[in-house]
Ligand binder design. Structure first.
Ligand code: HEM
Length: 485
């Protein structure tokens, strides 16, 4: 306790010249961040407007140093020293355990090395068949709805989310769960509930502590939610283990003759048979981690890209034209990695959509050794926050930041900016392991969707963005969807 207090005072002293709002006892600056996911985002934007891209805030008992300068980020993220996540990520542990997103030290290093090949380019080529297949199912589901209610506004979230869930289960875990055939997916709702409670605990300071949280009004819902999340994951592993025991790595074929892969889960099960010490809990932690990261962030990026295209019809027309000229007009086309690489305009559109709607708005690190920044000593143990959402809206880097302008990512414009000024997937050795998976599935989804449908803005609808660890629209993603021809 005394040592903790000493470390805190030491941190405050060495960062005393860094600007930031004056903290209150106990709550720190939590009052500036409000009470809802939308408030947190607005609060962080306001702090950026006031203090710029380098400042400090207290959230409850924790001092956070916010560094949004590309030069500082390069020094931090490219380093092989500061690889641990902040204490804030501990709030994920009741769900994700010590999976890749949260773990640190040797455990993280060994796992990262073990898992990286399962997302190799060659493996992604095989995954394309499943991406195409699941997107086709989604296109048919949307068609049913559009034909039934042609003039209604559609919320695209459920369609894209369930498709992403089916896709990650069939590619990484070799299990068909048919989520797209069950509109009321308990698991998807549980993910949403967990994330809302997660950010509430993260930004309120003291609710992060299990002792205080036990008395919170959300505690009971939280426990029920965790049960749903764990049971879902256990079922996926149980199914695959049974098949693995019967057939080994032999590829399974689903009812439509599509080969189901199981790159990640089979590798973990096999590694155990080959003498690696992986407990059932270790495997569950990774499956929970990839189940979450593999579907929720991707679906978020898809929903916001669709929204941006509905808002910007001239950009949408240009994407459509490129698609027709490059891959033809058939939405059931079997896309390959090479087709997708040819879609240069779609590439910059997706980059711009992720700039405005940064799917992971904020990340954190723990400083593992004393670190010097422009003559300021940042002591070991300091929590460092990177507000990616705010960086993407810095008018000095992206003039008129609210304007949707894909041309910002033309090669010559990109070359004029610092490499670390736009890092939607983070950077360095703890960057997103699923980056290529995410980009190919996102582009395949947008391409096939636009070949079949036109997205039209609903003039009465305005999204309300908020942070639930992943960026979300708190009131859905509503737009009109019209069949082409
Ligand atoms: C558009 C979609 C996605 C975005 C924007 C995104 C973004 C990110 C970011 C910013 C990080 C760094 C997190 C941090 O430092 O705390 C990260 C890490 C991670 N992502 Fe993604 N991600 C996406 C999709 C995916 C997919 C599809 C998968 C898996 C198939 C995935 C798996 C992971 C994992 C496991 C980590 C932790 C890596 C490590 O610490 O070694 N992500 N992602």
């Amino acid at each position: 306790m005394l040592l903790n207090w000493y470390i805190k005072v030491y941190k405050v002293r060495s960062l005393r010249n860094v600007p930031g709002p004056k903290p209150f006892p106990f709550i720190g600056n939590a009052n500036l961040l409000g009470d809802t996911p939308s408030d947190y985002l607005k609060g962080l934007m306001k702090l950026q407007e006031t203090y710029g891209n380098f400042y400090k805030i207290w959230i409850g008992p924790t001092l956070r140093l916010v560094i949004n300068k590309p030069e500082y980020l390069e020094s931090l993220l490219a380093s092989t020293i500061h690889l641990s996540k902040s204490d804030g990520y501990d709030l994920f542990k009741p769900w994700l355990g010590d999976g890749l997103l949260v773990s640190s030290g040797m455990k993280w290093k060994t796992r990262r090395k073990m898992i990286t090949p399962t997302f190799h380019f060659k493996v992604l080529e095989d995954f394309m068949q499943i991406f195409n297949y699941q997107i086709n199912i989604m296109l048919d589901k949307v068609e049913e709805k559009v034909k039934k209610c042609p003039n209604e506004t559609l919320d695209v979230f459920n369609y894209l989310n369930l498709m992403s869930l089916d896709t990650i289960c069939e590619t990484a875990f070799g299990t068909c769960i048919g989520a797209q055939n069950q509109e009321n997916q308990e698991y998807v709702k549980a993910v949403g509930t967990f994330l809302k409670i997660f950010v509430y605990r993260f930004y309120s300071g003291f609710m992060g502590h299990p002792l205080f949280f036990r008395f919170s009004k959300y505690y009971k819902t939280y426990q029920q939610t965790l049960k749903i999340l764990h049971e879902f994951c256990e079922e996926v592993i149980r199914k695959r283990k049974e098949e693995f025991a019967k057939k080994g790595k032999e590829l399974k074929v689903n009812e439509d003759g599509i080969k189901i892969r199981s790159a990640l889960l089979d590798m973990l099960l096999e590694a155990r048979e080959n003498g690696y010490s992986l407990s059932d809990r270790d495997i569950e932690d990774e499956v929970n981690t990839f189940m979450f990261e593999g579907h929720d962030t991707s679906a978020t990026a898809m929903c916001f890209t669709f929204y941006a295209l509905a808002q910007n019809p001239s950009v949408q027309d240009k994407v459509y034209q490129e698609l027709c000229e490059t891959i033809g007009m058939d939405p059931k086309v079997e896309l390959t990695l090479s087709n997708i690489n040819d879609l240069k305009y779609l590439d910059i559109v997706v980059k711009e959509a992720m700039r405005i709607y940064q799917p992971v708005p904020l990340i954190e690190r723990n400083i593992d050794e004393d670190w010097v920044l422009d003559g300021i000593k940042v002591p070991k143990g300091t929590t460092v926050t990177i507000f990616l959402y705010g960086m993407n809206r810095d008018p000095k880097v992206f003039p008129e930041p609210e304007k949707f302008d894909p041309d910002r990512f033309l090669p010559e414009k990109q070359a004029a900016r610092h490499n670390y000024s736009y890092i939607p997937f983070s950077a360095g050795s703890r960057n997103c392991i699923g980056q290529r998976y995410a980009l190919y599935s996102l582009k395949a989804c947008v391409a096939k969707f636009l070949l079949k449908y036109r997205l039209i803005e609903d003039p009465d609808f305005q999204i309300q963005v908020g942070t639930c660890s992943v960026l979300k629209s708190m009131n859905g993603y509503k737009m009109k969807v019209a069949l082409r021809n």
